[in-house]
Design a protein around this ligand. Structure first.
Ligand code: F6R
Length: 608
């Protein structure tokens, strides 16, 4: 979490930093700050709350200078407060540090520094880095930063400025993303590529354990022993348009509407002559054939896609497959060996729990691949191969298009692995490839047609305090995801349940005003779902049914019906989740919630 921007050039640094931070605000938004170097030294400005507060403060009393660093925070140590906002200065005010991550041993370092007479001004873990750098500084900022970094345990993306070095920023990375942007006579550093897009497409990704320096003309990268390593300049193909709202009221709504494109892009080039082609994963066929089990590791929405993935993988590879919450996996002693295929699923590629679970699996010899949306992020870098989801940048905190793109990737992965393992999948492959090709138009139709029904439904139930979502088999995870979407952006309590589990407890909740959203598209569990709906109706519950269009029986039972186009059963979670995303969106919007930035949450969860 936390967003980082640094600038060195001829422009007004405050302006570059604020614009850059605005593009990173999804990474955290409880406070923000900048440090700008001018003739009077390093000048700090920090504000609690949204970035706008900092921008307003800088408008009223500008900080001029053409070198600076900026940060938008998601609190881990110390409450959101001005003193805890970054940048953190050294005692003499000459060093300023911005940090994304956690210094796990900060108490020990703090105790040592306090004993040496240093006075701390904040409750953060980060502040100790500023004091350490000042302590080690003997005229060479890179050396001092290296010595300081060698003392740290934990995770960091760091940018360090020093008042005596007007043409230098030192950066360091371990466990949190960081990249350098190369301009003409100006250079940048940021947590992701979006702040750089108005200025440059040429980027250098800083790797795990590396440090770097940037001046206005040059960039250098060093390994953990401070030996210079050759820089690899890449050209990003991302456009600024893709990172902006494109006329929609919120990023989330824009991203829901981008799903036809995301699904299509995720399939593109991966089906050749009607067959799924996973050659981009560079997997060794004999190694794959030796696999005895598959473990999927992910968090939140990505975990729900993994739960669908489990069903698909078991169906098409016949290998026992487990879907693990990454935060549980690490502490549950899972059985991992060299015959285990681990798949990490992550939109951001930076989720700390998923990264650590992956590290654990790799340390035990597992073959690791990932499904990820962010190229060059940490998770793909640790894996043998990655099936990128190609959904484009997802800015809204609530994941939507990344989820349907992950589900699409799982269809491909399950079929592709099934083929590599010699399973008899030809007929299913033909059926599902045709279904995948039809999906973008079907999602489009759904988005155009059903919004009215969903909006009506959202209006009708926005005053309700509790919701139940139920589904079975492929659409049990859809129920979990629908409930997560509603609770995270509307703050209405919602639970997802397996339809068959209702009578084992939750049915007791049902009475006249209690709404259940039942996901019951055509497929082998539809009949059972209709029975579950009957049970709820018999107790006077209200039921909103997501059903395949033309399902007269579902129509008859439902208080509200939301129809999805007919599709292959395995693909139904991709269509069924779309109205649930919209239901959450319209409910939250009608309640006046901050849809793109729900309270207490942040987009990329880079702390455990
Ligand atoms: C919910 C949501 C989160 C993420 C989770 C994992 O809408 O977005 O639950 O899915 O934090 O994030 P990634 O996929 O980036 O690893």
């Amino acid at each position: 979490m936390c967003g980082i921007v640094g600038y060195l050039g001829q422009r007004d640094a405050s302006k570059v930093l604020i614009e850059g931070l605005a593009r990173l605000e999804y990474r955290g938004y409880d406070s923000a700050g900048v440090a700008v170097l001018n003739g009077e030294g390093l000048k700090l400005r920090r504000s609690v709350g949204r970035l706008k507060n900092l921008a307003d403060s800088l408008k009223q009393a500008p900080l001029h200078g053409n070198m600076g660093i900026g940060h938008t925070r998601w609190a881990t140590h110390g409450v959101p407060a001005e003193k805890n906002a970054h940048p953190h200065p050294s005692e003499d005010g000459k060093v300023a540090v911005i940090h994304n991550g956690i210094v796990e041993n900060y108490r020990e370092i703090k105790a040592e520094l306090v004993a040496a007479g240093v006075k701390f001004a904040s409750d953060t873990d980060t502040e100790c880095i500023a004091h350490l750098v000042a302590h080690y500084y003997k005229g060479d900022l890179l050396q001092a930063a290296h010595k300081a970094v060698c003392r740290l345990h934990g995770a960091w993306a760091l940018v360090i400025a020093h008042a005596d070095h007007p043409d230098l920023l030192v950066v360091a990375r371990r466990g949190s993303p960081l990249l350098i942007g190369l301009g003409e006579g100006e250079n940048f550093v940021a947590s992701d590529v979006t702040p750089l897009l108005p200025y440059t497409r040429r980027v250098i990704y800083i790797d795990e354990g590396q440090l770097g320096t940037i001046s206005r003309k040059e960039a250098h990268v060093y390994d953990a022993q401070l030996r210079e390593v050759p820089v690899k300049v890449e050209t990003t193909t991302l456009t600024l348009d893709a990172a902006e709202k494109g006329g929609f009221e919120h990023f989330m709504l824009k991203e829901i509407h981008e799903q036809p494109v995301a699904v299509e892009a995720t399939v593109r080039g991966r089906v050749k002559d009607g067959r799924v082609d996973l050659s981009e994963l560079n997997l060794d066929a004999s190694r794959v054939k030796a696999m005895r089990r598959i473990q999927l590791i992910a968090c939140g929405t990505s975990l729900y896609s993994a739960m669908v993935g489990k069903y698909l993988l078991e169906r098409f590879t016949s290998l026992p497959t487990e879907a693990w919450s990454a935060s549980e996996y690490r502490y549950a002693n899972p059985i991992i060996d060299a015959q285990t295929l681990v798949v990490a699923i992550s939109q951001s590629g930076e989720t700390a729990d998923t990264l650590e679970a992956l590290r654990l699996a790799k340390s035990k010899g597992a073959l690791a691949v990932s499904i990820c949306n962010v190229m060059g992020s940490s998770i793909p870098r640790m894996c043998e191969g990655t099936l990128y989801t190609r959904a484009g940048p997802e800015i809204g905190v609530a994941s939507t298009k990344a989820y349907t793109a992950q589900l699409t990737a799982f269809e491909l992965l399950a079929l592709g692995l099934g083929r590599m393992l010699g399973c008899d999948i030809a007929a299913d492959e033909a059926r599902l490839v045709a279904g995948l090709n039809a999906l973008p138009a079907q999602i489009k139709k759904l988005l155009e047609g059903d919004i009215v029904a969903v909006k009506r439904c959202a209006k009708r139930y926005q005053g309700v305090a509790n919701f139940m979502y139920i589904g079975r088999h492929y659409n049990f995870p859809t129920a979990l995801e629908g409930a997560l979407k509603l609770k995270e952006i509307s703050y209405i309590h919602a639970e997802g349940y397996a339809g068959g589990e209702m009578k084992h407890g939750p049915l007791a909740l049902v009475e006249g005003t209690f709404p259940t959203i039942a996901i019951a598209p055509r497929g082998h569990t539809r009949e059972k779902m209709l029975s579950n709906i009957q049970e709820i109706k018999a107790r006077k519950g209200v039921v909103v049914v997501v059903a395949t269009e033309g399902d007269a029986e579902a129509h008859e039972l439902a208080d509200y019906i939301i129809e999805i186009p007919a599709c292959e059963e395995e693909l139904s979670p991709i269509l069924a989740v779309v109205p649930l995303q919209l239901l959450a969106y319209y409910t939250a919007n009608q309640l006046g919630r901050d849809v793109d930035k729900p309270r207490n949450l942040a987009k990329s969860v880079t702390v455990e």
